[in-house]
Design a protein around this ligand. Sequence first.
Ligand code: FES
Length: 182
Amino acid sequence: MAESKHLCDCQQQVDEVKCLKRLDVVIKEYREKPGALIPVLQIAQGLFGYLPEVALKRISLGLDKSYSEVAGVVGFYSFFSTVPRGRNLIRVCLGTACYVRGGKQVLEAIKKHLGIDVGQTTPDKLFSLEVARCFGACGLAPAITVNDDVHQRVKSAKVHEIINSYRKVPKGKAARQKRVKS
Ligand code: FES
């Protein structure tokens, strides 16, 4: 499966034309390959930062698939988003191990601290919140991720500290400093 990373500088101020041109190149490259839809969607999300309707239409046409099929795949996988995400993506695990060890309370604490619900982005565009089902860190539950960082044994009372540590750190730097935190 292709990596979902940003391939151009259009995440903040979307230069739609530029991104669409890049997307056309990607579609051309993948159109003859079997199972092209998901990798192309991943790359498109990397280009735009999310999956706008215009990109989905372009992919539908380019890969010769119905729009409803493309939209259906996007809706099925939680890692695809049709709304712009914030600079930092927080994902709270609600898998069984995390749930029974307080994952729900951690989620509530994050929602309260940020003032947003699951699937929403803060007005300053710094944080988006999603839920997930198991990061493979069950032994040290409850776990959350912030971008590429995994935080384990998270306590509701401490979520503000975790979140605040991302307010001024450029995206990616925290990940380089400490990939796994417990
Ligand atoms: S259930 Fe949360 S990391 Fe596995």
